[in-house]
Design a protein around this ligand. Structure first.
Ligand SMILES: Cc1cc2nc3c(=O)[nH]c(=O)nc-3n(C[C@H](O)[C@H](O)[C@H](O)COP(=O)(O)O)c2cc1C
Length: 215
């Protein structure tokens, strides 16, 4: 059993958050979720909020709207989440947050966790986006940049998507990318970009946890 922090971003594939939560729980893990504001358009946060497992950006700034201020000793939530987590799995990972991860922007709780992450601990990224977003040169640029910071540098730029992801997964000890799948996307287009099956995301996390334990 491990502490799995599930990051969720504003892809339509965030409809699968309840299924992801259930699958990680069924695998015996303790699960917390950190979601962007955009992500909550796609699933009902209420039950997960009620059970205390879902962190939203507003939780980083308690009492701000009523004029309260940070006091020394107050928890810094993104640091607490990072300390708690054995693995950080971002599923779905949308194009916007992928770009932020690649350059280190941290303007919400999820990206602050990423920016404060202990890079010796495993991360799993499961992108989901429209086919042309996925095929845009930015995507591979961002993936290669994250890979280079995760110990998989000098990956050739010309590799096809599958080979690129295979090389990243092979060469990085701490990063695993779960390839998106080809299907009819929510926008109606047919092509690559759909979130991988929930079981694939869980399998990637299990693989990284086992590898971390063996190290
Ligand atoms: C209905 C709808 C579906 C979307 N689906 C996706 C998607 O699957 N992948 C993606 O990269 N962006 C998608 N977007 C765009 C993101 O939600 C948008 O870039 C947002 O700013 C992401 O914010 P976040 O990265 O902070 O979650 C979608 C937007 C809408 C309105």
């Amino acid at each position: 059993m491990a502490n799995v922090l599930l990051g969720v971003t504003g892809s339509v594939a965030a409809v699968r958050v309840p299924a992801l939560f259930d699958a990680f729980t069924a695998a015996g893990h303790a699960v917390k979720i950190v979601a962007t504001n955009a992500a909550t358009y796609f699933f009902d946060p209420a039950p997960l909020r009620a059970s205390g497992v879902l962190t939203l950006d507003e939780d980083e700034w308690p009492g701000r709207d009523s004029g309260e201020r940070y006091a020394r000793g107050d928890e810094v939530l993104h640091i607490e989440l990072r300390k708690w987590a054995d693995v950080f799995a971002i599923a779905p990972l949308d194009a916007n947050t992928l770009a932020k991860l690649a350059v280190g922007l941290c303007d919400n709780c999820l990206t602050c966790v990423w920016r404060a992450w202990d890079v010796s601990r495993p991360v799993v990224l499961a992108p989901a986006m429209n086919t042309l977003m996925w095929q845009h040169p930015f995507t591979r640029r961002h993936l290669r940049s994250i890979a280079a910071d995760s110990g998989a540098s000098h990956i050739p730029a010309h590799l096809a998507d599958e080979a690129l992801i295979a090389q990243i997964n092979d060469r990085s000890k701490t990063l695993r990318i779960v390839s998106p799948v080809t299907k009819q996307l929510a926008c109606g287009d047919v092509g690559i970009g759909g979130l991988a099956d929930v079981s694939e995301v869980v399998a990637a996390v299990q693989f990284m946890l086992a590898r971390a334990q063996a190290a």
